[in-house]
Design a protein around this ligand. Structure first.
Ligand code: BGC
Length: 759
């Protein structure tokens, strides 16, 4: 029995409520406190794919983790489910006819490319509602690591190479999810830039690059949305594991940014649990019994102070009292999947980026007949693989989407591809080694097609559509050959289809169905139009058709640079699977440790500053209409500036424009990239000739650089050029912000120092 003395001296039974947390802590035994902090993965492995994940059969089968219940104290279990592209739980249950499919939303890159925080918040609301109605408390999302290199296997889950865009999109997602009374876990904090050896790799990053790039997005998200939880990453960062690093989890996250929620580990086995607790890592997930014993032993031996344990217990209870399980919410197990299918269909269209559209090839006319090429057109990729893969009820492929839109397709070609797909899928199943555990479904290889067959299609169809697909995911990084670069079969197919169709004066449209950047420079001159559809969620084919037919005008803009070639990306000189990962005396470079020698030279900060040509710059994207910018205004405020610009639709179709506000700093302060994104805004749908004035707000703190010598954020005084741009290389209007006097620097803890030289 949980008994405590009441103030009158009577013995009272303590049951957790929002205002008696201290009393509950006093009533808990050491064993209970230890158990509260350690997840309960050791339950039945039935329904579990790997013994750890999804082992909560009696609660929500397929959910990733949980916290334990203590009925005597009125503490319920809480359930943690993956994310980020939707709820990841098992879709079916034993002896149960009901299904538990969740909506597969567009991947992170796609959401970021909408540059539309309101829309992302709507997506967050729909996801939050599914978390709630499927009996979960927290979604392990959003993924916020930077696209340091195009080869990271999980870039599809992440947003951008830019921390401001990342931070604002993540905050919108978190606000949306949490508006439903459930929580988020922003991840992976921090520096989890590669999948290769992700459990052990030591990411070596300068304090300045950490503060300005790798932590900045998290900082913005924490300040703007107070996520319930943060997930510490697997990797080490300048020495210690992030999960054991108090400088990161306490000094920076809590003391500097004001985070007041729970930190939980990424799904590791046992590390030094006492160190994790001392660092401020409250919950150990998915949790192992030995971790409970370790806590008990170390408290008893005096190695782990009870105060440190109590702090984590207090924060965990503060989290628990917010959850639906604590409120005893009666979930339905029947979220409105139809309504959410509409949300995903619409949000996917807004993330699509029109890269090329010669002679107004797009939008297509619904009466045209289409020859649909490319294996991925028939095996469309809704999302990436790994824990970010959602168990959705269906994926609409491009072929189906085109048909649903009422277009005619050349059925003979469709039949060839449909048979090929069935054959390839059967082959993959037959060759599957039951002993090798694999996340998700691999992509089927491209099918070679002979020129005569292609020419016959060119006679019959009005236009060719050709999809190039890419699948990547958790646990592995991408390669340059046959992945970032096209395979020889894909390249040949593009060449042959373009040749045959152009010979008879018909256009070719390439659709890119990928979670991250691919090489485009060597072939983009061939087709007439290129639409970057990303991995657009379960309604993918319908979403693409909406854009191809002009039902939606594309308004996505790149959230990362498309370089001319992979090796132009500075980080790739220090990246797994690329030339340099040989052993040296100090360990396996890029495997055991990774030097971020490029420092701030990530994405456009490098390409734009060093004037290195790219295939498509950061922020790029075309529209079916055109826009003019006018009346740029910048006005100083007490601690920064407010800006405005007017956007007018000067074309013939309705559409939305994204205005990107870049700032170029004055000389005199620290050396900075030529321009940095500091704000952005998107118009509503503007009809031809319609205008809208957009407003932006930037603080002096947003403009600051991190000075390692003084360990402070400093904003140089002088003239800042404020650009209102349609992409980083195309300023459409500008104005000046004059900062007459340098504001007082913001002092920080001198923490997260390098543990080995970067050079
Ligand atoms: C991933 C996390 C995920 C967790 C639970 C880990 O392997 O890195 O992103 O949330 O598993 O499935």
């Amino acid at each position: 029995m949980a008994l405590a003395l009441s103030c009158t001296g009577a013995v009272a039974q303590v049951k957790l409520s929002a205002d008696n947390i201290e009393e509950v802590i006093k009533a808990m035994t050491l064993q209970e406190k230890a158990e509260l902090l350690v997840g309960r993965s050791n339950n039945s492995a039935a329904n579990s794919s790997n013994g750890l994940i999804g082992s909560h059969a009696e609660l929500v089968p397929g959910a990733a983790g949980s916290s334990r219940a203590f009925p005597r104290l009125g503490i319920p279990t809480t359930i943690l489910t993956d994310g980020p592209a939707g709820v990841r739980i098992n879709p079916t249950r034993e002896n149960d006819k009901h299904t538990y499919y969740a909506t597969g939303f567009p991947v992170g890159t796609s959401l970021a490319c909408t540059w539309n925080t309101e829309l992302v918040e709507q997506v967050g609301k729909a996801i939050g509602n599914e978390v709630l109605e499927y009996g979960c408390d927290v979604i392990l999302a959003p993924g916020m690591n930077l696209h340091r290199s195009p080869l990271c296997g999980r870039n599809f889950e992440y947003y951008s190479e830019d921390p401001f865009l990342t931070g604002y999109i993540a905050a919108a997602y978190v606000n949306g999810v949490q508006s439903q009374g459930v929580g988020t876990s922003i991840k992976h904090f921090a520096g989890n830039s590669q999948e290769t050896n992700r459990l052990e790799v030591d990411e070596i990053i300068s304090q300045r690059a950490l503060r300005e790039l790798y932590l900045k997005g998290f900082e913005i998200c924490v300040r703007k949305s107070q996520p319930w939880t943060v997930m510490s990453s697997y990797n080490k960062l300048n020495g210690p594991y992030t999960q054991e690093n108090g400088e990161l989890l306490t000094d920076i996250l809590r003391n500097e940014w004001g985070f007041n929620g729970v930190v939980m580990t990424d799904w590791t086995g046992q590390r030094n649990t006492a160190k994790q607790i001392m660092a401020g890592n409250d919950m150990m997930e998915p949790g192992e019994p030995s971790q409970v014993q370790e806590i008990v032993d170390k408290v008893n031996s005096g190695e782990l102070p009870m105060e440190a344990l109590d702090l984590c217990v207090r924060r965990t209870l503060q989290y628990i009292v917010k959850t639906p399980h604590f409120r005893n919410y009666k979930f339905s197990n029947s979220p409105d999947l139809k309504a959410h299918a509409t949300v995903t269909r619409r949000s996917a269209t807004e993330g699509m980026v029109l890269l090329k559209n010669s002679n107004q090839t797009l939008p297509l006319n619904a009466r045209q007949t289409v020859a649909v090429f490319g294996a991925s057109s028939y095996d469309f990729i809704a999302g990436g693989s790994g824990s970010g893969d959602v168990n959705k009820a269906y994926t609409v492929d491009l072929m189906q989407g085109i048909k649903n839109a009422g277009m005619n397709v050349t059925e003979d070609l469709a039949a060839i591809y449909t048979n090929y797909k069935a054959y390839q899928r059967a082959l993959i199943d037959a060759e599957k080694d039951p002993n090798v555990w694999f996340w998700g479904t691999p992509k089927i290889p491209e099918m070679p097609l002979n020129r005569i067959a292609i020419s016959k299609q060119a006679e019959k169809a009005d236009v060719a559509l050709l999809t190039i697909g890419r699948q990547a995911g958790e646990g592995d990084d991408r390669r340059i050959d046959n992945d970032f670069n096209l395979t020889s079969v894909e390249r040949q197919l593009i060449e042959d289809v373009c040749l045959a169709f152009h010979q008879v004066g018909k256009p070719v449209v390439v659709v890119l169905n990928t979670g991250g950047a691919v090489e485009t420079a060597s072939w983009k001159n061939l087709p007439d139009a290129i639409l970057l559809a990303w991995q657009p969620g379960q309604e993918g084919g319908n979403s693409v058709a909406d854009v191809l037919l002009g039902k939606e005008n594309p308004s996505g803009r790149l959230s990362m640079t498309f370089p001319l070639s992979a090796m132009d990306v500075p980080a790739l000189r220090n990246y797994p699977n690329v030339g340099l990962d040989k052993s040296d005396k100090n360990g396996r470079r890029n495997v055991d440790y990774n030097l971020h020698q490029e420092d701030l030279n990530v994405g456009y900060r490098y390409f734009n500053t060093e004037k290195v040509a790219v295939s498509y710059p950061f922020g790029f994207g075309l529209s079916y209409t055109s826009f003019a910018y006018s009346k740029p205004v910048v006005k100083a405020t007490k601690d920064g500036f407010e800006a405005q610009v007017t956007v007018t639709n000067t074309g013939k179709l309705a559409g939305k424009e994204v205005v990107q506000l870049y700032v170029s700093a004055p000389k005199g302060g620290l050396d900075k990239p030529a321009q940095e994104l500091k704000s952005f805004a998107k118009t509503r749908v503007l009809q031809p000739n319609e205008s809208q004035t957009l407003s932006f707000s930037v603080s002096n703190y947003d403009l600051a650089s991190f000075n390692e010598a003084s360990q402070s954020w400093e904003t140089a005084q002088g003239k800042y050029v404020v650009y209102f741009s349609s992409n980083v290389e195309e300023a459409r209007a500008s104005a000046i912000y004059n900062l007459a006097k340098m504001p007082y620097p913001v002092r920080c803890h001198n923490v997260m120092r390098l543990n080995r030289p970067l050079k």
